[in-house]
Design a protein around this ligand. Structure first.
Ligand code: G6P
Length: 467
C-alpha cells in the first residue's frame, strides 16, 4: 500500500479535541491507515526564526505529524486574510463579508509555496498526496514546480458557490487554474460539482493549462462528488460506553420532565445560530405548551475569535439568547442553555443521545458532520429527530430528516413542534433510513472511494442518478 501524505492547514494534535469536520475525519483516517499529516502548527513565531527551527516532527502510533510555524505577517495574509476573509465568506455565499485585497492573495500564494518547499523534502516517489480545503488550493501547482510527480488529490470541505459568486474573487482565474495540477478534485455534493462544471463552461474549457517551470501541461480535469462521512460504527459504539452514557444520564436527570433540543456548532456566521434561536422563540410564541417543557442546549465552540464578523455574530447571538431567556424564562426554567466551549467527543455523544431533537440548521455548509453524529448517537429503540437545513451538504443524502429552510423562521418553528410531537413509530422509521445512509457511506467509504479513484486515475463522472 502506498504511503499516504495528508496536507491541511490545521493538524489536530493527539491530545486536543479536534474542532471542525476536516480535522475529525483526518484523525480517524490516519489513525487507521497511518501516514504523514502536514500543516500549520497553530503557532506564530518571530520572522527572524530560521525555517529549519519552524518545522516540528512528532510521531504517535501510526501518524507522523509534521507542522510548520507561521510568522505574524503570513498568518494575517494567508490565514486570516485570504482564507478566512475571502474564501470562507465567498464559498458560503457571504460576499458581503468578504474583504478583497491583493496583499492577502500574495501572502496566500507565498505560504502555499513555503508549504511545498517544506513538505517536498519528506516525500517519497510513490507517496499518495491528499491536500485538503480552501487554504491550500495552489499547493499542488507549487509542488509540480518542484518536480513532484506523485499522484496528488484535492478535496474541498466547504461548498463551491455558483460562478456568479465565485467570480467576485478578483483572483478567481489564478485560483481555479491552479486546480489543473491535481490528478483528482473532490467535492462534497453533486451541487458543488454542478457549480464547478458551470464555471468551466463559462470559461469555455474542460481543462486548464498550467505552465510550470520546466513543463507545460494541459490536463482534462477529473472531478466528482465524494460526500464525507463519520466513523459511524465507532461513534455508535462509544455513544453507548460509560463516559457517554454518564453524560447522557446526568443531563437527563438535570432536565427530568423536559424535552431537550441540541445544537452543536462552531460559532460561525454560516451556521445559522441566530435564525435557529429566532425559530425557538417563535416556537414558544405559537406553541406555548412548550414553555417550561423544552430547552435548547446550544454548544457554540469558539472559533476565529479575532475576526470582526465572528465577534459580531457572537455578540448578536448571545444578546438574543439573553433576551429570549429573559422574556420566556421562569425561576425554574431557562429556555436556552448556551455553552461557549469545545466539548469532548464522549460528552457530545451523551448530549446527542439525551436530546429528543437535533438541530443542524446552517445557512450554508459543505457537509456538516454533526448531523451524522447526532443520528449515530441515538438509541435505536427510541431515537430523536434530526432537523436539517436544506442548505447543508448533508441534505443531499439525509432525506429522511425534517428538511427546513433556515431563513423561514415560522416553518422551522413548526418543524420543531412536529419533531417534539412525532410518534415513536415514525421516529424509528426515519432513524433507520438515516442510519443506513451513514453506515454505508461512512468515513472509510469516503476515503477509500477518493483514494482508489486517485490511484486508478480513471476519468469520473458525478453521481447525479443518486439525487
Ligand atoms: C471548517 C473548515 C476547516 C477548518 C475548520 C476550523 O471545518 O472546513 O478547514 O479547519 O472549519 O476552522 P479553523 O479556521 O479554526 O481552522
Amino acid at each position: 500500500m502506498n504511503r499516504l501524505v495528508v496536507i491541511s492547514n490545521r493538524v489536530a494534535s493527539s491530545n486536543k479535541p479536534a474542532s471542525g469536520g476536516l480535522a475529525i475525519a483526518m484523525e480517524e483516517l490516519l489513525q487507521r491507515r497511518g501516514g504523514i499529516w502536514f500543516g500549520w502548527s497553530g503557532d506564530i513565531v518571530d520572522s527572524e526564526t530560521p525555517t529549519s527551527d519552524r518545522i516540528h516532527i512528532n510521531q504517535d502510533n501510526l501518524i507522523i505529524r509534521i507542522t510548520i510555524d507561521l510568522t505574524q505577517q503570513q498568518h494575517d495574509s494567508y490565514y486570516r486574510g485570504f482564507s478566512n476573509d475571502v474564501l470562507w465568506p465567498v464559498f458560503h455565499n457571504r460576499v458581503d463579508l468578504a474583504k478583497f485585497d491583493n496583499f492577502s492573495f500574495e501572502g496566500y500564494q507565498f505560504v502555499n509555496k513555503m508549504f511545498a518547499l517544506a513538505i517536498q523534502k519528506f516525500l517519497r516517489k510513490d507517496d499518495i498526496v491528499w491536500i485538503h480545503d480552501y487554504h491550500l488550493i495552489p499547493l499542488a501547482s507549487e509542488l509540480r514546480e518542484l518536480n513532484c510527480h506523485q499522484r496528488i488529490g484535492f478535496f474541498l470541505h466547504t461548498p463551491l458557490p455558483p460562478p456568479i459568486i465565485l467570480e467576485t474573487i478578483p483572483q478567481h482565474r489564478a485560483l481555479m487554474d491552479a486546480l489543473a495540477a491535481y490528478n483528482l478534485i473532490g467535492f462534497q455534493t453533486i451541487q458543488d460539482v454542478d457549480h464547478f462544471r458551470s464555471y468551466l463552461e463559462k470559461r469555455k474549457t474542460t481543462y486548464f493549462s498550467n505552465k510550470a517551470s520546466n513543463e507545460c501541461y494541459s490536463i482534462e480535469l477529473n472531478y466528482k462528488d465524494f460526500p464525507i462521512g463519520i466513523d459511524t460504527e465507532n461513534f455508535i459504539e462509544f455513544s453507548s460506553q460509560n463516559a457517554a452514557t454518564d453524560a447522557c444520564q446526568e443531563i437527563k436527570q438535570e432536565y427530568s420532565q423536559r424535552r431537550l433540543i441540541i445544537g452543536v456548532d462552531r460559532l460561525d456566521y454560516s451556521k445559522g445560530l441566530i435564525h435557529r434561536v429566532q425559530a425557538l422563540k417563535e416556537l414558544f410564541r405559537i406553541y406555548p405548551e412548550n414553555r417550561k417543557s423544552a430547552t435548547l442546549i446550544q454548544v457554540g465552540s469558539p472559533t476565529r475569535e479575532t475576526n470582526l464578523a465572528y465577534i459580531n455574530v457572537r455578540e448578536e447571538f448571545e444578546s438574543l439568547c439573553g433576551a429570549i431567556n429573559g422574556d420566556f424564562g421562569e425561576l425554574d426554567w431557562v429556555p436556552i442553555r448556551y455553552l461557549h466551549q469545545t466539548l469532548s467527543r464522549e460528552k457530545l455523544a451523551g448530549f446527542y443521545r439525551a436530546a429528543s431533537v437535533g438541530m443542524v440548521t446552517p445557512l450554508r455548509d459543505g457537509m456538516n458532520l454533526v448531523a451524522k453524529e447526532y443520528v449515530a448517537a441515538q438509541n435505536k429503540e427510541d431515537p430523536g429527530v434530526l432537523i436539517l437545513s436544506q442548505f447543508a451538504g448533508a441534505a443531499e443524502q439525509m432525506k429522511e430528516a425534517l428538511l427546513i429552510n433556515p431563513y423561514d423562521i415560522k416553518s422551522t418553528a413548526n418543524a420543531i413542534q412536529l419533531a417534539l410531537k412525532m410518534s415513536k413509530r415514525e421516529r424509528i422509521e426515519r432513524h433507520q433510513s438515516l442510519l443506513q445512509v451513514i453506515v454505508e457511506k461512512n468515513v472509510h467509504w469516503w476515503s477509500s472511494e477518493f483514494l482508489n479513484a486517485l490511484i486508478s486515475g480513471k476519468q469520473l463522472v458525478s453521481n447525479r442518478e443518486n439525487l
